[in-house]
Every structure is written in structure tokens, then in C-alpha cells.
Design a protein around this ligand. Structure first.
Ligand code: PLP
Length: 392
């Protein structure tokens, strides 16, 4: 009998775990694997951030904090949003510090979506958005973006998918898995669409600090027409190499954040006390470590993109941001990305993610993470080249 709640009926197992499981199995057999599958910085957290959190622990800063977050971090987030993003948020009412951006996203979706409400999700996208919507009883509506058009979000596509039940649109820029960042033109189209249909926006900006070629990050909430309808979500995992700390935040209109605070109060209570102190150091301390990591990602991006484009049947546009290359494999003779990924793992010992795992629009592509050492990246490209040429 099915003892779990019926909401799980629509939440599928993650296709990406098929690759994870195979990696673990092959490694257990002693096979050397070059893992470009994961989405986690290989760098350590900057030392001054670690020192601050260790100091907080030693000082006995180990108790509950206000549910919203420690005042110093709320202030630091408000300053950062104003300075970096042109987003005005009152630290006393419009910001909540959360245990991860992931939890901020879940709480934000729970705050705005009723069961049966529709959430627009342009895809390919990070795999958890649709699962979160389903867990809440809402309906994710995936909008397949066109790789041939650079995975651009257009007004036409949005209009094709809007219904009277559409409550919110989720936007992720810089994007996982495509590496694209929003253009001003796209932001304007989204803004007009949202205003006309009275749709809320959830903006996942977790890769903000990882942008290339002088690309500037654009926060949707900085557009005057979007400010009162956007919940901005961000975190420390990617830019500050703090994945294991579980630290993020959300900022948005006062009325929505008042409800979202109740989710926080009744679920996690608050974010880890000393973890938040680390967050203060990250935001207010020297930003050189962040720039240094971004510079290293940039060099790796070039290595991977140039490498991929030298391989038969593969083409890859350089990503604007994040640490993923999203490569078109349709020239290799493989018809689906999942068989390509499995074949590559067996033949070359290279693990990557099939594009199909990221929803409609992702088929025909694979995602390679370059949050790993240049040596592993170079070896992986070499192995791919050998496997592809042997296959002829
Ligand atoms: N949003 C996107 C697009 C991500 O890729 C990730 C992590 O993989 C997250 C959110 C979650 O970040 P956090 O570690 O803060 O939960």
C-alpha cells in the first residue's frame, strides 16, 4: 500500500541520479572517473569567513537567533542588494536569511502558490524547481526554450503558456544548466508580461558572482516595474564556495515576506547562528577571494569550451556565467543525451549530465561542470576525443 502522501505521485526520481549512481558503482570497481557532473565549487571557503565562524563558536554564539536572521547579516544583505543590485529592501521587514538558497526557494514557492496554481518555469532549468512546485501541490508549467535562439526567454513563449491559474514565473540568471544570463531586452519582456498578467516573479540569482567577459548581473527586482512583484533569492554556496554551510536569503515585498517569515518560524526556526556570522564576514570582508575564484572559472571555461569545440560532432557556445558548459551533441550521431552520457561514462570514464534531465529544450545537449581542476578538465576532454574518434 502507498502510505506516503499522494503529492509524491507526481514527483519523479531524478534522472541525474542515474549518472551519480553509475559513477559510484564504477569507482567502487576501481575504474578511474573524471567527474564533470556535479555543481559544487572545488575551492575552500575563504579563510576570513572560516575564522569569523570559528570565533563565533568559541565566543558561545551558539544559540537561536531571531527567525529572520541576525541583525548584522540582515544589514549586510540590505547593503549588498542596494549596492550590487539596485534592489531596495528594508532589513527589518523585507529580507529573510535562510538555511540555503534552496530552502529560500521552497519557502518562497510555499508562500505564493496555492494548490493547483501554475508556476512558469523556462527550461532547461535546475531540476528542483518543478519538484518543489509539485511537493506544494502546485503545477509547474515548463516552457521549452530554443537552443537555436540561445535559450532566450521571449514574450511570445511566455504568452503561449500563461493561463488564469498562472501565479508566478521563476527566472534563473546566470542559468544552470545553460550558463546564459538575462539580457536587458529579456528582462523588459518579462517585466511587461508580469505586469500585464499580474504575475509574481521569483528570481534565483545564486550564480551572480560568476560572470565572464565583463557581463554585468541584472536583478529583476531592480526594474521599477518588477520591484513590488519580485522575490529575489540568493546565497553563499557558489560565489563564496560555501555549499556545506547552508546559507542563503530572500528579499521581496513586505506583505509576502511577512508570510514567508511564518514558514521559517514554523519549520527551521532560524539559520545556524555561527553560520550567519560567517555570512557577515563574506559580505563585508575582502571580495578578492570571490574575484580570484571567478577568474579561475573563466580560465577553465575557455579550456572546456575550446576543447569541446575541437571534438567531432560537438559544439558549445561560451557561457555568460555560472560554471557549466552546455554543449550541443547532436552532431555525434547520438539521438538522446542520456544514452550519450551513459556511453561516455563507460567508454571514456567521463561523467556529465544529460540535457534531458533539465526538462524540455535540454535534449540534444549535455552539461559539463567546470567547478573542478584544470587537470581533470583537460583529461576529460582528451578522453572524450579518443572515445569519439574510435566510434568514428
Ligand atoms: N539554484 C540553483 C540554480 C542551483 O544550481 C543551486 C545549487 O545547485 C541552488 C539554487 C541551491 O543553492 P544552495 O546551496 O544555496 O541551496
Amino acid at each position: 500500500t502507498n502510505r506516503a502522501a499522494s503529492r509524491f505521485g507526481t514527483v519523479g526520481a531524478s534522472a541525474t541520479y542515474a549518472v551519480f549512481d553509475m559513477v559510484a558503482e564504477l569507482r567502487a570497481q576501481g575504474v578511474e572517473i573524471f567527474d564533470l557532473g556535479g555543481g559544487e565549487p572545488d575551492f575552500d571557503t575563504p579563510e576570513h569567513v572560516v575564522d569569523e565562524a570559528v570565533g563565533a563558536l568559541r565566543d558561545g554564539f551558539t544559540h537561536y537567533t531571531p527567525s529572520r536572521g541576525v541583525p548584522a547579516l540582515l544589514e549586510a544583505v540590505a547593503d549588498k542588494l542596494a549596492k550590487d543590485n539596485g534592489v531596495m529592501a528594508d532589513p527589518a521587514s523585507d529580507i529573510i536569511v535562510t538555511p540555503s538558497a534552496k530552502h529560500a526557494l521552497f519557502a518562497a514557492l510555499l508562500t505564493v502558490l496555492d494548490p493547483g496554481d501554475e508556476l512558469l518555469v523556462p527550461t532547461p532549468s535546475w531540476v528542483s524547481y518543478t519538484a518543489m512546485a509539485r511537493l506544494i501541490g502546485a503545477r509547474p508549467v515548463q516552457i521549452a526554450l530554443d537552443g537555436a535562439n540561445g535559450f532566450r526567454i521571449t514574450r511570445e513563449l511566455l504568452e503561449q503558456h500563461v493561463t488564469p491559474r498562472t501565479k508566478a514565473l521563476l527566472v534563473n540568471s546566470p542559468n544552470n544548466p545553460t550558463g546564459r544570463s538575462l539580457t536587458t531586452e529579456e528582462a523588459r519582456a518579462i517585466s511587461r508580461f508580469a505586469a500585464e498578467h499580474e504575475i509574481l516573479l521569483i528570481s534565483d540569482e545564486i550564480y551572480e558572482k560568476i560572470l565572464y567577459d565583463g557581463n554585468e548581473h541584472l536583478s529583476l527586482a531592480s526594474l521599477p516595474s518588477c520591484a513590488d512583484r519580485t522575490i529575489t533569492v540568493n546565497g553563499f554556496s557558489k560565489g563564496y564556495a560555501m555549499t556545506g554551510w547552508r546559507l542563503g536569503y530572500a528579499a521581496g515585498p513586505t506583505d509576502l515576506m511577512a508570510q514567508m517569515l511564518k514558514v521559517q518560524q514554523h519549520t527551521v526556526g532560524c539559520t545556524g547562528s555561527f553560520v550567519q556570522r560567517g555570512g557577515v564576514a563574506a559580505l563585508t570582508g575582502p571580495q578578492e577571494p570571490v574575484q580570484e575564484m571567478a577568474a579561475q572559472y573563466a580560465a577553465r571555461r575557455d579550456l572546456v569550451v575550446n576543447g569541446l569545440n575541437s571534438l567531432p560532432g560537438i559544439s558549445c557556445s561560451p557561457p555568460d556565467g555560472a560554471f557549466y558548459a552546455f554543449a550541443d551533441i547532436r552532431g555525434t550521431g547520438f539521438t538522446d543525451s542520456s544514452s550519450f552520457a551513459q556511453w561516455l561514462l563507460k567508454e571514456a570514464g567521463v561523467a556529465l549530465m544529460p540535457g534531458s534531465a533539465f526538462g524540455p529544450g535540454g535534449e540534444g545537449y549535455v552539461r559539463l561542470s567546470f567547478a573542478t581542476s584544470p587537470e581533470v578538465l583537460a583529461a576529460a576532454i582528451d578522453r572524450m576525443g579518443q572515445a569519439l574518434s574510435l566510434r568514428g
